[in-house]
Design a protein around this ligand. Structure first.
Ligand SMILES: Nc1nc2c(ncn2[C@@H]2O[C@H](COP(=O)(O)OP(=O)(O)OP(=O)(O)O)[C@@H](O)[C@H]2O)c(=O)[nH]1
Length: 397
């Protein structure tokens, strides 16, 4: 078990959390190339990079031009499975050295994963570690997608789909080697897969600092732009567009429209990997009682935990509607990283929950949500029945 006190700062006061970003992307997509750019940008000086590789002998560290030799740490194995403990120890060790002035006071950490990594357990490991989650402000996930090989990789490798679907920022590399039609098609596919993430072109003069700082907190550990972080509007719009496409598609079939039209709709169909992962947004105009929210989240993670890749939200709590609660979850755990002093937009106090899920129907989550909002429908469970269910305790435990 991890010793929570092992990396406590020397001084008594709690230090500002340090930004931590996970950089991922499929094999050969251009992660190291982007990292080199980040490390040579003056705005990104004092960055510690943890490079993770398969195998005993890493190659990437030879390719990364470091600002300071001591700033590169390597671990053998895959971060998402075998060496999660190593990652935690590495981060604790880094903090200890920084707190004891044994290394320079770095300002942020970037973890570069292997090309095959599943980012969910990596984010999870840091977000839910009782001490690390206090010391690091997790910025989220930047995923590099190779514009040349990206579509074929998404077709054949589910890891690549998960990396793209969970990202806060998507960076298209090798656009200089790809034709514009292929880039546009890949961009459209990524937008459908992950409507909430900004899509950037590595060939552009990127603002690397804001690319890396894609999370809820800014460099001082202060709450940043919640609406951008949540991306609820973009996800809701994408859902509407998908609905319209589906409706037109069904309408086309029902009324025997021409073959060409069908052909065009089928052209937009997502492939089997993409189709198993989806993003959606649930909203409520009515404030949500704290207990209903707790029960909803409990039951959701207990019954669907492994299918929840990410959950983000802003919630109007009935007991304290002036101070919205921000939620952030990865897999089995959803936690409250912040309670805001005020609503980002006082005119819009709706509760918004954004989900990125795998093999889970929107309807199932929505039925549960409505049950806890006190709006049970036909064939839907009601909250009291769910709360009284004797199995609930067993599931939650
Ligand atoms: N033309 C071009 N080449 C690029 C671009 N980005 C990366 N490359 C090249 O693609 C190859 C792979 O890039 P890396 O940065 O090593 O990719 P990686 O994701 O770190 O690779 P792994 O660590 O093996 O998974 C290298 O030869 C890079 O020079 C780009 O935007 N344009």
């Amino acid at each position: 078990m991890t010793d929570q006190n092992s990396a406590q700062p020397a001084a008594g006061r709690r230090p500002e959390p340090l930004p931590l970003t996970v950089l991922t992307g499929f094999l050969g997509s251009g992660k190291t190339t982007l990292l080199n750019r980040i490390l040579t940008d003056p705005a990104m000086s004092d960055t510690v990079v943890i490079v993770n590789e398969f195998g005993e002998i890493g190659l990437d560290h030879m390719l990364v031009e470091t600002v300071d030799e001591g700033m590169i740490l390597l671990s053998a194995g895959c971060l998402c499975c075998s060496v999660r403990g190593d990652l935690i120890h590495t981060l604790e060790d880094l903090l200890r050295k920084r707190d004891n002035d044994r290394i320079m006071p770095f300002k942020r950490v970037i973890i570069e994963t292997t090309g095959l990594a599943d980012p969910a357990p990596i984010l999870h490991a840091v977000l839910y570690h009782p001490y690390l989650s206090m010391r690091f402000a997790v910025q989220g996930l930047v995923t590099v997608v190779d514009a040349m090989a990206g579509a074929a990789t998404l077709d054949t490798h589910e890891e690549a789909v998960r990396q793209a679907a969970m990202a806060d920022r998507l960076v298209l590399s090798k656009t200089d080697l790809s034709d514009s039609g292929a880039v546009a098609a890949l961009t459209a596919r990524l937008r459908q897969l992950n409507p909430g993430a900004a899509i950037l072109d590595a060939g552009d003069a990127l603002d690397l600092e804001s690319m890396v700082m894609s999370g809820l907190f800014d460099t001082q550990g202060k709450i940043g732009d919640v609406a951008t972080w949540l991306s609820a509007e973009a996800i809701a719009e994408a859902e509407d567009a998908a609905h319209r496409r589906q409706h037109e598609h069904d309408h086309g079939h029902g009324h025997g429209h021409g073959h060409d039209e069908h052909h065009d709709h089928h052209h937009h169909d997502v492939n089997r990997h993409d189709a198993s992962i989806r993003a959606f947004c649930l909203t409520s105009d009515a404030p949500v009682p704290q207990r209903s929210l707790d029960l909803f989240l409990d039951l959701l993670r207990a019954s669907h935990g492994a299918k929840l890749l990410r959950v983000k939200g802003i919630v109007c709590i009935a007991e304290d509607p002036d101070h919205p609660v921000v939620l952030h979850g990865v897999q089995h755990v959803v936690h409250v990283p912040a309670i805001l002093d005020a609503w980002p937009d006082d005119a819009d106090r709706r509760t918004r929950l954004v989900f990125i899920v795998k093999d889970l129907d929107r309807a199932e989550v929505e039925a549960l949500w409505q049950a806890f909002l006190g709006q049970p429908g036909i064939d839907r469970p009601d909250a009291q029945a769910l709360a009284d269910n004797p199995l609930r305790v067993a599931w939650g435990g």
